[in-house]
Structures are given as structure tokens and as C-alpha cells.
Design a binder for this molecule. Structure first.
Ligand SMILES: CC(C)(COP(=O)(O)OP(=O)(O)OC[C@H]1O[C@@H](n2cnc3c(N)ncnc32)[C@H](O)[C@@H]1OP(=O)(O)O)[C@@H](O)C(=O)NCCC(=O)NCCS
Length: 224
């Protein structure tokens, strides 16, 4: 199930925003060859290269590629309320393309973890034994997924989030930056754990969990 690209496989990036930049950095760190980028905004702007890579066109450029010869990287980030990342993945898979698993060389992934196609594991991540990650899921910078967690497809575990052991995460859920989910809990489909929240009860599908936000105050200027 875990299909890592080999260094000779040509890879094409879809999208050219912030998430794509991070993935390009990951690919370079792995010694992988990203041969081109497809992005409608780059095409419209008329530029021919992006970060040293050829701009192949917009979404329609996929039709000119041979799905048996290239692997794709989903460079569209997953933000709350947008399904673009998922839609692009599903369209390309429907055309016969595959998205190899990408793991930053400075991530720790236990050998028993199972990563489905399109999973992206960024720098500083720790994935512990018997974790399962579904297709097109992002485990973002410096987050951790502890033993026996089962994470569905199209999930985003944002930077610095912590899933303790044996957490069950359904498809399309979003775990915000720096959130902590204690052991054994379940997170429903499309549920959102807000950035910084501490989750101590199960979270039903399509619900949002908010923690406490920090408050600012004006410090009086005593120098006058
Ligand atoms: C939870 C979240 C989706 C809510 O977004 P939203 O619906 O646009 O929320 P708003 O900014 O309109 O804020 C609505 C209220 O919720 C509060 N709130 C928003 N996010 C919060 C959070 N993470 N924790 C606690 N309270 C939060 C706001 O302070 C505001 O409160 P108020 O009405 O008392 O002023 C979003 O704030 C969040 O945490 N997203 C995750 C971001 C992230 O992890 N990004 C990683 C990118 S790689």
C-alpha cells in the first residue's frame, strides 16, 4: 500500500502555492525529480518556469501526460471549507494517475505504519507503530500521530498537532495547528478541531471544536 517514488520516476506538481513550495523542498531533500508544474494561475500569468521547474500549463495539461510514466504531487493545500485538494486528487486518479507517498527524510515513520497513495509527511513529523493513514492525507510539519491511530482519507493534520494513541479520524476531517487530541477518541467526517484546541471528548461529524484563544492587551507606555 505504501508506494514511495524512486529517484528516476518523473514527478509533476499540481499547484504552485505555499503547500506546493513545501512539497518541492521535500522532493529535493529526497533526491526526487520534479519535472514540471501545472497551475492555472501560472499559465494565465505567462511565466514559463516556477522555482526552476517548467510550467506545463493549467489543469488541462494533465491530458497531455502519460499516466504510466509520471507520478503526481498534490500541491494544493487543504484549508477548512475548501474541497479543491480532494477534487483535483480524485479527477487525476480517475484519469489513471497515481500520487506516490512522500515522506521527508527528517520525518520518523515506524515501519509498521501503512500509508495510502498520496499521503504527504512533512519535516519533523513522528508517526508511531501501527498507524494507518488514508489516501491524500497530509501530516504537516512537526505534527505527531501516535501508536494505533487510524486516519481516513483527505484528512489534514496541520503543523504541530498531536494525536495521542489510538485516535480514530474519519475522512475529510481537519486537525488544526497545535491542537492536541487525547488518546482513544473519535473524530467524525468533515469535523474540524480548531487550532490550539485540546480535545478530550469525541467530536461528531461536521462539527467544530474551539479552544481558548489568547487575549491581547495594550501595555501602557511608561517612558513618558
Ligand atoms: C476553527 C476555525 C476553522 C474557525 O474559523 P472561522 O469560522 O473563520 O472563525 P472566525 O475567525 O470567524 O472566528 C469565530 C470565533 O471563533 C473564535 N475562534 C476561531 N478559531 C479559534 C480557535 N482555533 N480556537 C478558539 N477560538 C477560535 C474566534 O476568536 C471568534 O470568536 P468571537 O466570535 O468570540 O470573536 C479556524 O479559526 C482555525 O482554527 N483553523 C485552523 C487553522 C490551521 O490550523 N491552519 C493550518 C494551515 S497549514
Amino acid at each position: 500500500m505504501t508506494t514511495m517514488p524512486n529517484a528516476s520516476q518523473a514527478l509533476i506538481m499540481l499547484g504552485a502555492g505555499g503547500h506546493a513550495k513545501v512539497l518541492l523542498s521535500l522532493a529535493i531533500a529526497c533526491g526526487l525529480q520534479v519535472k514540471g508544474v501545472c497551475d492555472p494561475a501560472l499559465k494565465r500569468s505567462g511565466v514559463v518556469t516556477w522555482r526552476g521547474i517548467s510550467v506545463l500549463g493549467g489543469d488541462e495539461a494533465l491530458e497531455q501526460l502519460d499516466c504510466s510514466n509520471v507520478g503526481l504531487i498534490n500541491g494544493i493545500g487543504q484549508v477548512v471549507g475548501s474541497s479543491l485538494r480532494q477534487a483535483i486528487y480524485e479527477r487525476a486518479v480517475g484519469m489513471g494517475f497515481r500520487f506516490p507517498v512522500l515522506v521527508h527524510p527528517r520525518a520518523i515513520v515506524d515501519a509498521s505504519a501503512v500509508l495510502a497513495d498520496g499521503v504527504q509527511v512533512m519535516a519533523g513529523v513522528v508517526i508511531q507503530p501501527d498507524v494507518r493513514l488514508g489516501a491524500n492525507t497530509v501530516v504537516n510539519t512537526r505534527s505527531s500521530v501516535d501508536h494505533d491511530c487510524s486516519v481516513g482519507s483527505h484528512v489534514h493534520i496541520a503543523p504541530g498537532a498531536t494525536l495521542c494513541g489510538n485516535v480514530q479520524v474519519a475522512d475529510y476531517a481537519f486537525i488544526g495547528a497545535g491542537a492536541t487530541v487525547i488518546q482513544g477518541l473519535a473524530i467524525g467526517e468533515y469535523a474540524v478541531v480548531g487550532a490550539g484546541a485540546v480535545m478530550v471528548r469525541n467530536l461528531p461529524a461536521r462539527s467544530i471544536l474551539l479552544g481558548q484563544t489568547a487575549r491581547s492587551r495594550i501595555v501602557p507606555d511608561e517612558s513618558t
